[in-house]
Structure formats: C-alpha cells, structure tokens
Design a protein around this ligand. Sequence first.
Ligand SMILES: [Zn+2]
Length: 170
Amino acid sequence: MSRIPVSLDPFLPRALERRWEGEYSGDDLPRLRAASPDGAGIAVRVAFAVVRGPLGEIRWQAEIEGETEQVCQRCLQPMRWQFRLQPDIALVRSDDRSSKLGEDAERLELGADGLLWPAAVVEDEILLTLPLAPRHEQCGADWDREFEPGEGDREAENPFAVLGQLRGKS
Ligand SMILES: [Zn+2]
C-alpha cells in the first residue's frame, strides 16, 4: 500500500497491481468544495489499484468513501451527505484510437501528459453522484409543502409520489 501521488503514469508496468491509499480534504477537491456550502467539512478516503482488464486494457479500480454537506432542498438547512463509490474505469491515452473497448464502456481519456491525476478523477466521480435535490431522510420541514403546485419537476423523487404509483398498480 502506497501513498497516493499527485499524478502517476498508469501505463508503466510498475504501476500494475499496486494499491494506493490516501485521504483528501476540501483543499484537495476545490470543485467539490465549491459545490458544498461554505465551511462544509469534506473528508474523503480513497484506495485504488491499476489493473489489467480482460481486453488487455488498463483499468482504474477505486473505493471512494466520504462525506460533505449539502443544503436540504426541503428545509434549506445543512445536511450531511455521505457517499461510497466503487468506480472501475478503463484508462485510455488521448491518442489511442485502436481501443478494443466497446463504445459504451466507461472510460477515462487521459490528458496530453498521459498521466492520471487521482484527486481530479476522484472529484469527478463524486461530483457525478452529487444529488440534484438533496433532502434529509427525516426532514423537519412541513410535509404539506410537498403538495404545493410547482413541484412537478421533482415528483420522481417525492416518496409520496412513489407510494401513489404503487397504490395505482394494486
Ligand atoms: Zn431538511
């Protein structure tokens, strides 16, 4: 287990089958900090390995675990948002057009420097899963507000809407 470097060349033979581990704060993840309320505590633990996949491709397999804060869109109070992600992504060089990977395979195209910048990739993965309308699981706000008009675009996330659909089917 090694400390995560700022950048690394995942295509070097010595990168294969190694495992890196580290922690990031808001200082390391400025875009996540910008997407969190001011002063939010950001703590992320990361472990990853560079492995060879079934098609000979180089893959980045990571475990990302952590928390930040978001603003609950129901009561507008801060809420803790925890996440646990396990991305498994093929790495391709920017000039590689001979990839055997299918068109829909999840891949990360490296920049012109050919290097993997772990903090940026970890940040991308977290930002992708950031909830659009975060809400407390048990929110103190008045539940009746859910039924005010104009909430239609959020209906898919409304637990009562789901209940209604279930009832409609029975
Ligand atoms: Zn709330």
